[in-house]
Design a protein around this ligand. Sequence first.
Ligand SMILES: NC(=O)c1ccc[n+]([C@@H]2O[C@H](COP(=O)([O-])OP(=O)(O)OC[C@H]3O[C@@H](n4cnc5c(N)ncnc54)[C@H](O)[C@@H]3O)[C@@H](O)[C@H]2O)c1
Length: 449
Amino acid sequence: MSQPKRSTVLEPSEALRALLAKIANREARIGIIGQGYVGLPLAVVMAEAGFDVTGYDVAEEKVAQLNEGTSYIGDIDNSRLSAQLGAGLYRARSTFEDLGERDVISICVPTPLSKTRDPDISYIVQASEDVARSLRPGQLIVLESTTYPGTTEELVLPIFEKTGLKVGIDYFLCFSPERVDPGNPRFDIRNTPRLMGGITSNCINAGASMYGSFLEQVVQMSSTQAAEMAKLLENTFRAVNIGLVNEVALMCKKLGLESWEVIDAAATKPFGFMKFYPGPGLGGHCIPVDPHYLSWILKTLNYTARFVELASEVNTSMPTYVTELVTEALNAHKKPVNGSKVVVLGIAYKANVSDVRESPALDVIELLREKGAEVVYHDPYVPDVRLGHGTQTSEALTDDLLSSADCVVITAKHSSIDWRRVAALAPAIVDTRNATQGIEAPKASIYKL
Ligand SMILES: NC(=O)c1ccc[n+]([C@@H]2O[C@H](COP(=O)([O-])OP(=O)(O)OC[C@H]3O[C@@H](n4cnc5c(N)ncnc54)[C@H](O)[C@@H]3O)[C@@H](O)[C@H]2O)c1
């Protein structure tokens, strides 16, 4: 049996001592590659901690927007961004030639799936090559993008090794997964414990010192692979549990029960149960995608990640199930889907965010359109969205919109929507989020998951 991987132990080097001193004195200059949901909040938090931060992004329009003080990330309001721009501690760049001046570089680029649903690690390769071009002694590079175990050591490290510099002696390489939960009012970057794996003991020392200087807790791990796997476990855990409750919802429907009541009842047990709720399917950049990174790497080792596959099968079937509920709700009014007006409420992948990546609401819209429904949507966070047939814009949530609908489908429970008004006016409701819990709907039967 092979032994678990461990970081190589090295004596502290001169370059490490110099870097630790810069970190301790807040003199380390930071570069963050990728200024999206992960990279921008990290950049602002590091600047707020007193570091000089440059955010790099290939998207020139984003860079221009950021330099004007306009944030497109809900968790970072314009005033926080502008304060750091004004203090001269943050600026955004779309060119990479000054990366060599940065002492610490965090890579926060996307890790999507390819068309064949295999990991697309081209963004990590590109960013690593950009770093390698000006890699110099004394730099710390931290990969934050979610990826399969082995990426940091087997993909990123060889790109840096081509420079002839020695990892753990000249420069330092770590993997530290971002765990941010956009829109979470309780946990943010600072108070969410941070995992850190390093290629060598000096790497982890550098990484833990850097992140420990502005975060509450850094959990040091034995290897980059263990840190990569821990992140995939976290997100696979969610995908599998959501798959389980989605199947519970299907089973409850067959048994004539309401899944929400059953789940809340089970959750009164104070130990051994963790509450997850059903929904129209998985959404966001992480939960629908990351488990496939795990199943992909295991396929290369001739192993099938069975829970991942099964959860994916159940979760991806949910939009179709939602359209079946719409059909049932319309049927009760002797209406066909074809020609009916369906209003979809909330198309972001979850409540109170603007992110529509992988949002199951988009699949629900497309499926209903394929069946001939006239589908419009309202989402206070998403003014317009690109769909298969073109760009669609959010409708104002007027009384007329609600009462003129043949069916209203609730796919995100945004707290700014008055669900009592929705329940009072809509003639038929499919509620995939239990937004109408405890609310009377005088005109409509409410179909829940
Ligand atoms: N969004 C989340 O909630 C979340 C949470 C935890 C982890 N993650 C992981 O973090 C990583 C980044 O996710 P995100 O949500 O921030 O993605 P994002 O799409 O919001 O942002 C990525 C940014 O990187 C830029 N970019 C792409 N290639 C680049 C390159 N070569 N150089 C510079 N910039 C480049 C893009 O233009 C984009 O602005 C992913 O691996 C994701 O799985 C995301």
